[in-house]
Design a protein around this ligand. Structure first.
Ligand code: NAD
Ligand code: UDP
Length: 338
């Protein structure tokens, strides 16, 4: 099948493009490179030994998107493209709603006009908000706590309405937990702009000497070691989940929701120590006040994805950190030239 991947030069997108190519699919990537590099696809092509079509296109440009669909016989879409920084979304909500929600509406209109109605959407565990108890289950009411999360929630609502109104749509809503790690080759990985907000990219930059020390946000939570618990998932496991989801919905109409997580809660210290094992020495860190908005614990109940997609995670926290470290060590400046 020819799969069009929006956001395919980004972190999760590039790993998923590789998995799609290895599974025998043809791929067309649409990305405006606002948060990624074209170099990621060069490396994906080199790893897969196959070529990808790249369209340097913004989802906000409906005419340009139409031209891409006119040129390629697309069978399904995996939609990663979006802005994803929670703090930035609080500062720039209009930009986030326009990019993520309007961009998705444009995509859906162009898909519909071209009779392409199979879609896998990157949602997020953040849609569950703070009012649910762990582990999170797909049937829980959702209610995101910030503008970024609300763009995901609104897109889920739009897709649910479309699926209810028109039985020709085949839609998967994938709620990811905390993706980390990199392809085991160390050739592709996460390349955050500026100072990373997320734990593992920050630790990786401490390990490579770009940051002085890790600040551990809060050591007094009601958790086993006092730090927050999260459900970390290897980006390759996550990518395989997308291939399983697109294959599943390709032959089934309706709207399906799946958590993609490991079902295991790991603390900040668990992650730090796993990363230290990967690097081979301790890393500088310091306890700091809690970060606003952090929930003490969240992890997935991933049993629906296992039952429906025969998918579950296979890689441990140690493997996530080893692979993340290999990528960071071999590419201290990400995709930028040294
Ligand atoms: P990323 O920033 O690396 O990838 C997103 C890609 O979308 C980038 O390549 C960016 O250039 C592109 N893009 C953004 N707006 C666009 C537009 N208007 N037109 C075309 N391209 C556009 O992010 P990622 O970590 O790979 O995340 C992929 C998706 O998964 C995002 O939708 C994100 O919200 C979601 N998600 C990510 C995480 C995470 O922790 N990384 C967790 C849950 C959900
Ligand atoms: N965290 C931390 N220091 C950092 C970044 C994150 O202690 O520099 C903690 C954060 O408070 C949370 C966990 O690491 O408890 C995971 O944070 P991340 O931002 O990666 O994921 P999220 O909280 O968005 O799930």
């Amino acid at each position: 099948m020819k799969v069009l991947v929006t956001g395919g030069t980004g972190y999760i997108g590039s790993h998923t493009v590789l998995c799609l190519l290895q599974a025998g699919h043809d791929v067309v990537v649409v990305d405006n490179l606002v948060n990624s590099s074209r170099e990621s696809l060069n490396r994906v092509q080199e790893l897969a030994g196959r070529n990808v079509v790249f369209a340097h296109t913004d989802l906000l440009d409906e005419a340009a998107l139409t031209a891409v669909f006119d040129q390629h016989a697309v069978g399904a879409v995996i939609h990663f493209a979006g802005l994803k920084a929670v703090g930035e979304s609080v500062q720039q909500p209009l930009r986030y709603y326009h990019n993520n929600v309007t961009g998705t509406i444009n995509l859906l209109r162009v898909m519909d006009a071209h009779d392409v109605r199979t879609l896998v959407f990157s949602s997020s565990a953040t849609v569950y908000g703070g009012n649910n108890a762990v582990p999170y289950v797909e049937k829980m009411d959702i209610g995101a706590d910030n503008p970024y999360g609300r763009t995901k929630e609104q897109i889920e609502d739009i897709l649910s309405d479309i699926g209810a109104a028109d039985s020709r749509w085949h839609i998967a809503l994938l709620r990811y937990f905390n993706p980390v790690g990199a392809h085991e080759s160390g050739r592709i990985g996460e390349d955050p702009l500026g100072i990373p907000n997320n734990l593992v990219p920050f630790i990786a930059q401490v390990a490579v000497g770009r940051r002085e020390k890790l600040m551990i946000f809060g050591g007094d939570y009601d958790t086993p070691d006092g730090t927050c618990l999260r459900d970390y998932i290897h980006v390759m496991d996550l990518s395989e989940g997308h291939v399983a989801a697109v294959d599943y919905v390709a032959s089934r109409a309706g709207v399906f929701r799946w958590n993609l997580g490991s079902g295991i809660g790991s603390s900040v210290f668990d992650v730090l120590h796993a990363f230290e094992r990967a690097v081979g020495h301790t890393l500088p860190s310091e306890l700091a006040p809690r970060r606003d908005g952090d929930l003490p614990a969240f992890w997935a109940d991933p049993s629906a994805a296992l039952a429906d997609l025969s998918w579950s995670t296979s890689k441990s926290l140690d493997e996530m950190c080893q692979d993340h470290w290999r990528w960071q060590k071999n590419n201290p400046n990400g995709y930028a030239a040294p």
